[in-house]
Design a protein around this ligand. Structure first.
Ligand SMILES: [Zn+2]
Length: 128
């Protein structure tokens, strides 16, 4: 490496290219933080019936009759999407512990939370 450095200095290049690289890394980190905040926003718009509802949650389902993922309880029951496909408990109804499915069993909030926290969140979990 020493020989390489000498050669570069002889060619007129100075080893001062690093500060620019560090700035670029900071920009990437800020962007990732913004995306994480966006994911924590509450959603209350049902993509199935196109209405604002107090009981909209995110479902990872395999129902071929709809592309909707954020779905209210009424539509989830109508589409017969099991509550085991539900990945969030973020709606007002869930927060008030009044979330209840007619189709099949309703997951308890603790079961939902366990699944959500499976995602690696970096330094956030280090404080627990
Ligand atoms: Zn709906």
């Amino acid at each position: 490496m020493g020989i390489m450095k000498d050669a570069l200095l002889k060619a007129g290049l100075k080893p001062t290219a690093t500060p620019k690289d560090q700035n670029q890394r900071e920009k990437v980190a800020k962007k990732q933080m913004t995306e994480a905040v966006v994911h924590q926003e509450q959603r209350n718009f049902c993509e199935e019936c196109n209405q604002v509802r107090p009981d909209v949650e995110f479902y990872q389902h395999r129902n071929p009759t709809t592309d909707a993922e954020w779905i209210c309880v009424k539509c989830a029951d109508k589409l017969k999407i099991p509550d085991a496909c539900r990945k969030t408990a973020q709606s007002d109804t869930s927060v008030k512990k009044m979330f209840r499915r007619e189709h099949g069993a309703t997951l308890s909030p603790s079961e939902i939370k366990t699944k959500v926290h499976e995602k690696p969140r970096g330094p956030v979990n280090g404080n627990r």
